[in-house]
Design a binder for this molecule. Structure first.
Ligand SMILES: Nc1ncnc2c1ncn2[C@@H]1O[C@H](COP(=O)(O)OP(=O)(O)O)[C@@H](O)[C@H]1O
Ligand SMILES: [Mg+2]
Length: 434
């Protein structure tokens, strides 16, 4: 009565005695066993029927006999204990059965015999669903990660774009200001020169008048002296020269700023050609090192005779500005390195210094025209703006990495720019350097 019922269960049942012999198999278990062992399995040692699995099974069964507790084995740890097949309900496709196994202790109340009852549950469908879910989750995670990377890239691109736009608009503004300042500067400079001459003449007139009075009308000399004292003629005599000189110096500074502003804003002139970067780098280092004695300078250029098609004046200006900044960042001793390398897509120029570095807050502002941390009169705050716009004109990129107190690395990446046909013939032999 009981056996036919057990044969209807969707669970494999195999009863094993204490000698590890098979004493019962239900239909589910039997039907799924390999054909060659199916017929005479009953009564045989488990080891003979399942020689490959016996080590694992014996260990589990033994623990059930000793502890008298059920033992479980889930498919995640050991998916295919018995070499059974499972067929999919809809497609009928046969695959290796994924199994959960439970071994429960059983005692025959009549004989007192101990048994281990192996129960096998077919969880192939659940396992494949579970695996599909896990794969989906993995794919989602990868996709999510890719999206995050993309967002970061977009963020970077956006801030570069904002920077570029800012520079373009400040460039236009600078060009306008330079133009507007240039006109009044012209007449103020001319007027000051004339005024200097006039003032000189007036002073000379005063001196001559005093002499004339002394020789022709000595009685009026005292009155004249009183007049001179009241109008501070002697002070004027003393002070006028330095005052005019100071104003001229001021004007010179303004005109320097104006000309830098112009180079920042103007379109590159048509002086494109081949620049010998190796020679340029060496001459640049020589030039900067005569101004700045403290840092050690190191220069490398690979390949040694690298010639680069560019607008040489503005590129040299950019590199000079960057090198000067690097040298200025070094207070005591330190290193400034200029390293030029050809890459697959262009060239990479690195300017590295072991100087004071730039704080995170200042880093956001360094490209702003007139932003400077240097003492009054020592910096115009235009060096980086000019370098930026020159590199922009070469369709390149300028990236600053800096750590306060450690130093700064500036990387300039320049792509290969196509030489215009009309330039080709002129440029071949005359590579230029600084
Ligand atoms: N290599 C560097 N190391 C440290 N600070 C730097 C470096 N390059 C630029 N800076 C900072 O950026 C500011 C702006 O530089 P720049 O535009 O060349 O103007 P300036 O040199 O006239 O101040 C500097 O005042 C300085 O604070
Ligand atoms: Mg500078």
């Amino acid at each position: 009565m009981i056996n036919p019922l057990l044969d209807k269960l969707p669970v494999g049942i195999c009863l094993v005695n204490e000698a590890y012999e098979i004493v019962f198999l239900n239909a589910f278990f039997l039907d799924r066993m390999p054909v060659e062992v199916r017929g005479d399995a009953l009564g045989k040692p488990l080891a003979e029927v399942f020689p490959e699995q016996i080590k694992f099974l014996k260990r589990r069964i033994k623990s059930v006999f000793v502890l008298k507790h059920p033992s479980f084995s889930y498919w995640e740890q050991r998916p295919h204990i018995f070499p059974f097949k499972s067929s999919r309900p809809i497609t009928g496709e046969e695959t290796q059965m994924v199994q959960n196994m439970e071994i429960v202790p059983h005692k025959d109340t009549d004989t007192g015999q101990q048994y281990a009852c192996i129960l096998i549950q077919d969880v192939t469908a659940q396992a494949s669903y579970f695996k599909a879910q896990a794969q989906l989750a993995e794919e989602l995670k990868t996709e999510h990660e890719a999206q995050r990377k993309l967002i970061r890239k977009l963020d970077r691109a956006q801030s570069q774009l904002i920077q570029a736009e800012k520079m373009a608009s400040t460039g236009q503004l600078a060009a306008g200001i330079a133009h507007e300042i240039n006109n009044p500067m012209g007449f103020v400079t001319a007027n000051l020169n004339t005024l200097e001459q006039y003032a000189q003449n007036l002073l000379e007139t005063c001196q001559a008048t005093k002499k004339l009075f002394a020789s022709h009308a000595p009685e009026h000399v005292e009155a004249l002296q009183e007049l001179y004292d009241a109008t501070h003629v002697e002070l004027i005599e003393e002070d006028m020269g330095p005052l005019i000189q100071e104003s001229k110096d001021g004007l010179k500074r303004v005109s320097e700023i104006v000309s830098t502003l112009r180079s920042f804003a103007e379109e590159p002139q048509h002086t494109w050609g081949y620049l010998n970067l190796h020679d340029t780098a060496n001459q640049l280092v020589q030039l900067v090192s005569t101004q700045f004695k403290r840092p050690n300078f190191k220069v490398t250029c690979e390949p040694a005779q690298l010639k680069w098609y560019c607008e040489s004046a503005s590129l040299k200006q950019a590199l000079t500005n960057l090198m000067i900044n690097a040298a200025q960042s070094i207070d005591d001793t330190g290193l400034v390195m200029l390293d030029i390398k050809q890459s697959t897509s262009g060239i990479v120029v690195k300017i590295v210094d072991t100087g004071c570095g730039i704080s995170q807050a200042n880093l956001k502002r360094v490209f702003e025209p007139f932003y400077t941390t240097r003492p009054e009169g020592k910096g115009q705050g235009l060096g980086l703006s000019v370098a930026y716009s020159a590199i922009e004109k070469h369709k390149g990129k300028l990236v600053i990495n800096s750590r306060e107190g450690k130093g700064t690395v500036i990387e300039v990446r320049l792509p290969v720019l196509k030489e215009k046909e009309e330039d080709k013939s002129a440029s071949n032999s005359n590579a230029e350097s600084l």
